[in-house]
Design a protein around this ligand. Structure first.
Ligand code: AFP
Length: 335
């Protein structure tokens, strides 16, 4: 491959190594890339084009939508509707499944996405991102909810794009994790972070400490031990980060290790976590595991969960292997 490998070249090369691959997947990925470039442009222009602030609507989660939540959702849907590669879509911002318009042919994949993760950060000019997950679908059918409700282990591809100081796409198709930086001058994503691996050991955690009183004992114990630092049972000092943007937290963990938690909390038994299985936990779990980390609810592997609803929420613990294993063991000891 040439020195400056574009994302398209990379995917085509990967497909050539897979016997029987038809090449349609690289076309689908191209359309996701096009959508994310458009989103990157809108996010970057911000106040100059009047896209900041709230819209007058709520999503199915009861959260007030930002104008950019709606704009970015429309960009994704428009970019992916026409190509004949998808059988259907689902978005964190849309209550129902999204059908492919009648005038277009249907394909063999399903796309699920959170078009603008961390959007509460948008008005304060912090990092946001787009998360996506691709599943295979029975061919020639109008997909029903059951076609979407598949375990994360069945994903064929997952990725996210980070709109930060640089725009970076992180991608897995089940053969490791690679990162591509958008070269704004030529409009192409270039492979800049090949074969990303999470350091196994770390001393950095990310959790929303304002929820501490609602956590279960295993998480209370883990955080208490981290905070007691050198003098505590861990015998070392820990650092803490909280960006309130999953894409940014996961990118940091991929780069320098660490652990992220949005654990089960006792506020509402109907809502066992904050983050959504299909749009956030599953794609991030696929990426994290492919980079050598672990991803769990604290009790079960995320990729093994049988989804019960398209907008289902789950507790999420992800990051460096040793730390996630420790939290899982604290949950086991507490049972
Ligand atoms: P928004 O997209 O509504 O900003 O939520 C972001 C998010 O789903 C995830 O990216 C963060 O990790 C988490 O929520 C932040 O939650 P807190 O608001 O509790 O800090």
């Amino acid at each position: 491959m040439p020195n400056n490998i574009t994302l398209t070249q990379f995917i085509i090369e990967q497909q050539r190594e897979m016997p029987g691959a038809s090449g349609t997947f690289s076309l689908l990925l191209n359309d996701i890339v096009t959508a994310c470039k458009q989103i990157s442009h809108r996010v970057n222009r911000g106040a100059l084009i009047g896209v900041l602030g709230n819209a007058d609507s709520e999503n199915i989660q009861g959260e007030v939508q930002k104008k950019l939540d709606i704009i970015t959702n429309d960009i994704m849907v428009d970019a992916l509707s026409w190509n004949g590669l998808l059988a259907g879509m689902a978005s964190e911002e849309v209550d129902d499944l999204i059908s492919i318009p009648e005038q277009y042919p249907k394909g063999k994949y399903l796309a699920l996405f959170d078009p603008l993760d961390g959007s509460s950060n948008i008005d304060v000019n912090l990092t946001v991102g787009t998360i996506f997950s691709i599943l295979r679908c029975r061919e020639g059918v109008d997909p029903e909810i059951e076609d979407f409700l598949r375990k994360g282990s069945e994903q064929v591809c997952a990725g996210f794009v980070l709109y930060g100081p640089s725009t970076i796409m992180v991608l897995t198709t089940g053969h490791g994790v690679n990162g591509f930086t958008l070269d704004q001058d030529i409009g192409e994503f270039i492979l800049t972070h090949p074969n990303m691996r999470i350091p196994e050991e770390t001393s950095e955690f990310a959790i929303n400490m304002s929820n501490q009183r609602f956590w279960e004992l295993p998480v209370q114990r883990y955080i208490e031990e981290c905070i007691s630092g050198k003098d505590g049972p861990r015998g070392k000092n820990f650092n803490m980060r909280w960006i309130a943007s999953l894409v940014a937290e996961v990118y940091r963990i991929l780069t320098r290790g660490g652990i992220f938690m949005y654990p089960y909390d006792t506020r509402n038994p109907e809502r066992p976590g904050k983050l959504r299985l299909m749009y956030e936990a599953n794609p991030m779990a696929f990426i994290i595991e492919q980079a050598g980390g672990l991803c769990s609810t604290g009790r079960e592997r995320i990729l093994d969960l049988k989804p019960e609803g398209i907008h289902q929420r789950v507790p999420l613990v992800l990051g460096s292997k040793e730390e996630v294993e420790k939290i899982i063991s604290y949950h086991q000891q507490n049972n």
